[in-house]
Write a protein that binds this ligand. Sequence first.
Ligand code: VGL
Ligand code: ZN
Length: 204
Amino acid sequence: MRDACLIVVDAQYDFMPGGALAVPNGDEVVPVINHIAARFENVVLTQDWHPRGHASFASSHPGKKPFETVELSYGKQVLWPDHCVQGTRGADLHADLALLQAQLVIRKGFHRDIDSYSGFVEADRRTSTGLAGYLRERGLKKVYVCGLATDFCVAWTALDARAIGLETALIEDASRAIDLEGSLARAWKDLEAAGVRRVASSRI
Ligand code: VGL
Ligand code: ZN
């Protein structure tokens, strides 16, 4: 596909079984992503890339535990176990990803005080990653989003793609969810309301 881009979100060891923030069956997305990637000339990856002591880590908030929430300057933040710390193996992209044609890796969440689920705009909803400009300059008007986790980084990336007018699909079986207190159902409701298409990898 010439005018479409595959966006592979956070396919990193810390989100795989055994990782610091393991997504159930997260490793199952890797062969599915490799299979569909063959159809795309344009592939972008995102990489969660936090400094030690990041504001999204429960360990940075005395008395708080993972999966509790806290108010940060930009609003409510879910607190996570330390994960995807810059330079650690957990932050590495899965070695079995076969995406030689991918030309861009967007690192996100590297400002100590701002999280970033989305590959486009950080959680303060102001700081841009540059991905929108990249897609625009490349003439890519259609995106297929997949990876980890469906209900956080994949959903936010797909919603932001729609918000800038891109035709957007989320590849359901090339993604897996954390599903924290109904977050997956909520994400699908928001995605459908925004006009993000829900597709199966077999239809690509
Ligand atoms: C993610 C929680 C924290 C994700 C990243 O990739 O969905 N979730 N950081
Ligand atoms: Zn993170």
